[in-house]
Design a protein around this ligand. Structure first.
Ligand SMILES: NC(=O)c1ccc[n+]([C@@H]2O[C@H](COP(=O)([O-])OP(=O)(O)OC[C@H]3O[C@@H](n4cnc5c(N)ncnc54)[C@H](OP(=O)(O)O)[C@@H]3O)[C@@H](O)[C@H]2O)c1
Length: 266
C-alpha cells in the first residue's frame, strides 16, 4: 500500500498526497492536541520516517517554532535528504513557553540560514511565512515575502509559501507566493475558496489540521479519517494533506484511509 501522488501546482515537484507533520517530533508544550505526550526517542522517529518512506510519503513539514523538530530531522535524514520534499517556515520562534514573531528582512534571512544549518542541507524545498494570525497586516507591512523571493533567487529556497489563518490573508498571499498551507477540515471551511484560487493559478496547496489537530479522529475508529479525507479531496488541486503523527499504526491507517478516499478521485 502506497500513498497516492499529487503535484505541487506547476512547480514540477511531485508530492505524496499524504505528508507528515512534525510538530510532535520536537514540541510538546503549548500545543492543542487531545492528549499530552512525550517526545519520541531517535530510534522511534528513525523507524517512523522509514515507514513513511515505505508508504510512499515524500513530504515532511517542519518549522523553527516546532521545538527541536528541524534539528532532529537534520540528524535523522542524513544521507537521504534528496528523497524528501521538506517545507519549513519563517516568522515564528518558540522558547519553550512563548512564541515570538519577527517578519523583518533581517530576521527572515537569519531564520532561513538557521533552518539550512539545522536541517543540514544547502537548499529548502519550501519556506512559508508562519503567520501570527494578522495575515494581511504582516503581508503589507513587512519584507518577509520579498526576502524569501531573494533567497529563492540565490538558490537557497525552491518555493515560497504562506501558512496563515484567514481567507483574506491566503488570497492576498497567493498573489505573491508559490504555494499556500491552509486549514480545511470537516469543521473549518473558511479558507476553502483559496484552494480553488490556487488551483486556478497552478499553485500548490498543503492542508494543515486535516483532523482538527486530532479532535476529529480521537475514538472514531477509521471512519473519522475516511470522512475527513473524502471532504478534503472534494476540492481539486490538493498537493499534500499534512497529518501530524508519531504513531506508526496511525500512519498506516491514514495511508489506508487516503487510498480509499482517493480511489477514482486523483
Ligand atoms: N501555522 C502553521 O503553519 C501550522 C499550524 C498547525 C499545523 N501545521 C502543520 O500541519 C501538521 C498537521 O497539523 P496538526 O498536527 O495540528 O493536526 P492534525 O494533523 O489534524 O492532527 C494531528 C493529531 O491527530 C492524531 N492522529 C493522526 N492520525 C491519527 C489516527 N489515524 N488516529 C487517531 N489519531 C490520529 C495525532 O496523534 P498521534 O501522534 O497519536 O497519531 C495528532 O495528535 C502539523 O504537524 C504541522 O506540520 C502548521
Amino acid at each position: 500500500m502506497k500513498t497516492p501522488l499529487s503535484r505541487l501546482g506547476n512547480s514540477g515537484l511531485e508530492t505524496s498526497l499524504l505528508g507528515l507533520g512534525t510538530v510532535k517530533f520536537g514540541r510538546n508544550a503549548g500545543v492543542k492536541y487531545p492528549s499530552a505526550f512525550e517526545l519520541p526517542d531517535d530510534k522511534s522517529l528513525a523507524s517512523l520516517l522509514s515507514l513513511a518512506a515505505d508508504l510512499g510519503i515524500n513530504v515532511l513539514d517542519t518549522a523553527p517554532a516546532y521545538g527541536s523538530s528541524e534539528e532532529r530531522l537534520g540528524q535523522l535524514l542524513k544521507g537521504q535528504r534528496h528523497d524528501w520534499i521538506i517545507s519549513t517556515k519563517t516568522g515564528e520562534t518558540f522558547d519553550g513557553k512563548n512564541s515570538a514573531f519577527d517578519f523583518s528582512a533581517e530576521a527572515t534571512r537569519q531564520s532561513v540560514e538557521r533552518s539550512l544549518k539545522r536541517l543540514k542541507t544547502d537548499y529548502l524545498d519550501i519556506v512559508m511565512v508562519h503567520s501570527d494570525g494578522n495575515d494581511l497586516e504582516l503581508i503589507e507591512r513587512n519584507e518577509v515575502i520579498a526576502t524569501l523571493d531573494q533567497l529563492k533567487q540565490e538558490g537557497k529556497i525552491r518555493q515560497t509559501g504562506f501558512s496563515g489563518k484567514t481567507l483574506e490573508g491566503a488570497l492576498a498571499a497567493l498573489k505573491q507566493v508559490d504555494m499556500l498551507m491552509l486549514t480545511y477540515n470537516l469543521r473549518e471551511h473558511r479558507e476553502g475558496e483559496a484552494i480553488d484560487q490556487a488551483n486556478h493559478l497552478g499553485k500548490g496547496v498543503y492542508i494543515k489540521k486535516a483532523f482538527a489537530s486530532g479532535h476529529l479522529v480521537s475514538g472514531s475508529g477509521e471512519e473519522g479519517q475516511l470522512s475527513s479525507f473524502r471532504h478534503i479531496l472534494g476540492k481539486a488541486g490538493i498537493s499534500s494533506i499534512i497529518v501530524g503523527t508519531i504513531n506508526p499504526d496511525h500512519l498506516k491507517q491514514n495511508v489506508r484511509a487516503l487510498c480509499q478516499a482517493s480511489a477514482g478521485m486523483v
